[in-house]
Design a protein around this ligand. Structure first.
Ligand code: NAP
Length: 287
């Protein structure tokens, strides 16, 4: 296995990185190093922790050093979209970006989180999203990134619940037109008012990072429902255990992580990496 690469790249190699705060835990350097190795692409990918109020300066430094692009993670995804010169339709809809391409013209922003999630659910987990009733927990950068892809995937309904209700309402408002075009029901709701059962419950909150429980009622899961936590490793375990306890099938966000990275790699390099192989290797390495 390749190690993640750090330090200044030789001039002949294109340089990418992931920018966040914190970022030390990120598996993206390992994933992109493996993609590069398997596709014969010559590049270096490392991590860069930016100060909480220093994202724009960190981007400027990466560009000045000749970087070709970067991934963006918590908490800079909204700022990344706002700073970009251009945004793809999906990044604009999300109002958040996780993939940036640097050029002389400026910064082009995209968001690959949504396609990462739906590819993992549909291709790796074999779960068809068409016609499904979905509960989306959270309204931060990750939830914003995945809602458009859930609409595209043909879900029948998405209900967005968030600790801060106004953020869920704003997210719904931004997606209302496209949801109506797809004839999908979309609304925001406080957790306490949730009724009915869902085929898919997606945890896109950061609650477990703070050791908090979401206190979800047991009635939420339809039989054989998919409960998907965008987190992975220890952080995903409480939500996944809750799902199994109540008859759901549980899945963590490792597949989404690999698939959003694969889409970013394709944007940068024009080559699709063997994501299923890399996901299998990552699962084995983390078993
Ligand atoms: P974010 O922008 O900081 O948003 C955090 C969300 O979690 C907000 O909706 C926030 O609610 C909610 N939240 C935080 N603490 C909570 C608590 N104690 N109880 C209930 N809700 C709480 O973060 P993000 O970018 O959306 O990321 C969310 C998580 O998804 C992160 O842990 C990230 O690692 C993960 N993620 C995974 C992937 C992947 O590829 N697998 C991709 C993207 C993100 P308020 O609005 O009320 O603050």
């Amino acid at each position: 296995m390749m190690q993640s690469v750090t330090g200044s790249p030789p001039e002949s190699l294109d340089h990418y990185c992931v920018v966040g705060h914190p970022v030390a835990h990120s598996k993206s350097p390992w994933i992109h190093a493996r993609f590069a190795e398997l596709t014969g692409q010559r590049l270096l990918y490392d991590r860069k922790e930016a100060p909480l109020h220093g994202f724009a300066q960190a981007l400027a430094a990466l560009r000045a050093a000749g970087g070709k692009g970067c991934n963006v993670t918590v908490p800079f995804k909204f700022e990344a979209a706002a700073l970009a010169t251009t945004c793809t339709a999906r990044a604009q809809l999300a109002g958040a970006a996780n993939t940036l391409v640097f050029s002389d013209e400026g910064i082009a922003a995209d968001n690959t989180d949504g396609v990462g999630l739906t590819r993992d659910i549909q291709q790796h987990a074999g779960f068809d999203l068409r016609g499904r009733h979905v509960l989306l927990l959270g309204a931060g950068g990750a939830a914003a990134g995945v809602l458009g892809a859930l609409i595209d995937a043909g879900c029948a309904e998405v209900v967005v619940v968030n600790r801060t209700l106004v953020r869920a309402q704003a997210l719904v408002k931004r997606h209302a037109e496209i949801a109506a075009l797809q004839k999908m029901q979309l609304h925001a709701c406080p957790l306490i008012e949730l009724a009915g059962k869902f085929d898919v419950v997606i945890n896109a909150t950061a609650s477990s990072l703070q050791g908090d429980s979401l206190d979800l009622p047991a009635h939420l899961l339809a039989p054989q429902a998919l409960a998907y936590d965008l987190m992975y490793g220890a952080a995903a375990q409480p939500f996944m255990a809750w799902a199994r306890e109540h008859g759901g099938q549980a899945r963590d966000g490792l597949g989404m992580l690999v698939e959003q990275a694969a889409e970013a790699f394709f944007i940068w390099r024009g080559v699709r990496p063997p994501s299923a192989q890399v996901l299998a290797e990552l699962r084995q390495a983390n078993a």
